[in-house]
Design a protein around this ligand. Structure first.
Ligand code: GLN
Length: 490
């Protein structure tokens, strides 16, 4: 495809500003790239007419000198975001052809800053999954393949469409969401950058709810700087979300490239888990060495409750999901199945509309919230959650950020883990902790494994300290010099 699709978001914005090309030109190049990449199944809805309309309006604003910070840049939008007048399904059959009457705050912020929408991106159903295989639209295929192999790999999940679209150069950046790792793990599996900001940075208004106390929106991008530019636009206080934080949004891009000299980096010993490939361990050591060379001080820290994070997450998240998903009853949105009476309509709609993984979550969630089990499971998980947050607070006494691997494996083959939900859940072991504690965390591509697949390193920061996270990830990105791209086969 044309050179316009291989630009970073930053380079594209510079080119648009200097009138090296128009928004219609770069948007058309991406529309063509999206159409050519259909074998990846990254988009579940392409909106080329809307994209060209938005691009023409951007060109007019660029000409008039009233351009916004993202003016004219074509992006992909995860199908969990409500987009006014454009179908939003959360990749579930139960939402059918749901056509939102309103725009989510995050997408409204992006479009208000001049971004152009190419369409809606594939994802796990209701964002429940780690491989994008629970989508009602079928799996997304990772653009990366094992060196010399041809097997289809997962791009990770739940934001598999977002990560794939960015890695395959069919959009300049994408929105994503992260409840337990859904931005960071797909970023790691595709050689892209993904940040989950502090809980409350981005408004959840208009984002289909999965587990409300854990859900956060964030970008997946080609570079750390691009991620910073996108997050600056997406974030901000919103009175329509009661958990939105009333704080200023800094210019996150201004932190990228800043010196990291003197920053203290914690290395949590509990993240050295059994069965993790030696290559990931080696890359982690390499990351530590890179940050040391950049002037950071390395300290050993302990997060003793880490081993309880995954079990606690898989109680809290399904509990909240079972409650959030009670609204899909066949009356208000999308699918409505036949039934002799109201109860039967509810039952049939939910039986037909939800996929297997979503049903599993609803069953687990309903169980752990039921009378007699609430204290033993839900309440206990909440207590563990507090302990995990306390562990991080303790760590911040001796360090400014933490460095860990993003995931315990590289991208795995489609179908490999679908039969075993526990094996699938285990992939979230390094990411769920920061959702439970509400902390910002980013995945940066840091190297390739022996099979030629990308691996990511995760940086975790203090609440609201995305600035330090961006400075450190910028330093890591520079040291890693990761430039590998998936070889085009689609
Ligand atoms: N893989 C995790 C889950 O299935 C996280 C998903 C997410 O972050 N949305 O719940």
């Amino acid at each position: 495809m044309s050179a316009l699709t291989s630009l970073t978001l930053k380079a594209a914005l510079d080119g648009l500003k200097s009138k090296a090309f128009s928004s219609v030109e770069i948007t058309q190049a991406h529309i063509d790239a999206v159409a050519a990449a259909r074998p990846l199944n990254a988009f579940v809805l392409e909106t080329p007419e809307k994209a060209l309309e938005m691009a023409a309006a951007s060109d007019a604003r660029l000409a008039a000198g009233s351009a916004g910070p993202l003016e004219g840049a074509p992006l992909g939008i995860k199908d969990l975001f409500c987009t006014e007048g454009v179908r939003a399904t959360a990749c579930s059959k139960i939402l059918g052809d749901f056509n939102p009457q309103y725009e989510s705050t995050v997408t409204a912020n992006l479009f208000g800053d001049g971004a152009v929408m190419l369409g809606k991106l594939n994802m796990d159903e209701f964002a429940m999954g780690s491989s994008n295989e629970t989508s009602a639209f079928g799996p997304v295929i990772n653009p990366w393949k094992v060196k010399g192999g041809n097997q289809s790999l997962t791009p990770g999940g739940s934001s598999g469409g977002s990560a794939t679209a960015v890695a395959a150069d069919i959009c300049l950046g994408a929105t994503a969401t992260d409840t337990g790792g859904s931005i960071r793990q797909p970023a790691a599996f595709t050689g892209t950058v993904g940040i989950k900001p502090t809980y409350g940075r981005c408004s959840r208004w208009g984002v289909v709810a999965f587990a409300s106390s854990l859900d956060q929106a964030g970008p997946i991008a080609k570079t750390v700087e691009d991620a910073a530019i996108l997050l600056t636009s997406m974030a901000g206080h919103d009175a329509k979300d009661s958990t939105s934080l009333d704080v200023e949004t800094p210019d996150f891009a201004s932190f990228v490239g800043k010196s990291v000299k003197g920053l203290r980096i914690g290395v949590p010993k509990e993240y050295r888990i059994d069965g993790m490939p030696a290559e990931i361990e080696t890359l982690w050591e390499q990351g530590i060495a890179w940050l040391k060379e950049a002037g950071c001080e390395i300290v050993d820290v302990s997060l003793p409750h880490t081993k309880y994070a995954l079990p606690a997450y898989y109680i809290v998240a399904p509990a909240e999901a079972s409650s959030n998903l009670a609204r899909y009853d066949g009356m208000r949105y999308g699918l409505r199945a036949e039934g002799a009476n109201l109860t039967e309509i509810y039952e049939n709609t939910r039986a037909q509309g939800f996929g297997a993984e979503v049903k599993r979550r609803i069953l687990i969630g309903t169980y752990v919230l039921s009378a007699g089990y609430y204290d033993a499971y839900y309440l206990k998980a909440q207590r563990v959650r507090r302990r995990i947050a306390d562990d991080f607070d303790q760590a911040w006494e001796t360090c400014d950020a933490l460095l860990t691997p993003t995931a315990p494996s590289a991208a795995f083959a489609l179908g490999e883990r679908m039969a075993d939900p526990i094996a699938m859940y285990l992939n979230d072991v390094f990411t769920v902790t920061t959702n439970l504690a509400g902390l910002p965390s980013i995945s940066v591509p840091a190297g390739l494994d022996a099979n030629g697949l990308p691996l990511g390193l995760q940086l975790i920061g203090r609440a609201l300290d995305e600035g330090t996270v961006f400075s450190l990830s910028g330093a890591l990105e520079k040291a890693a010099g990761f430039r590998a791209r998936a070889e085009k086969w689609w």
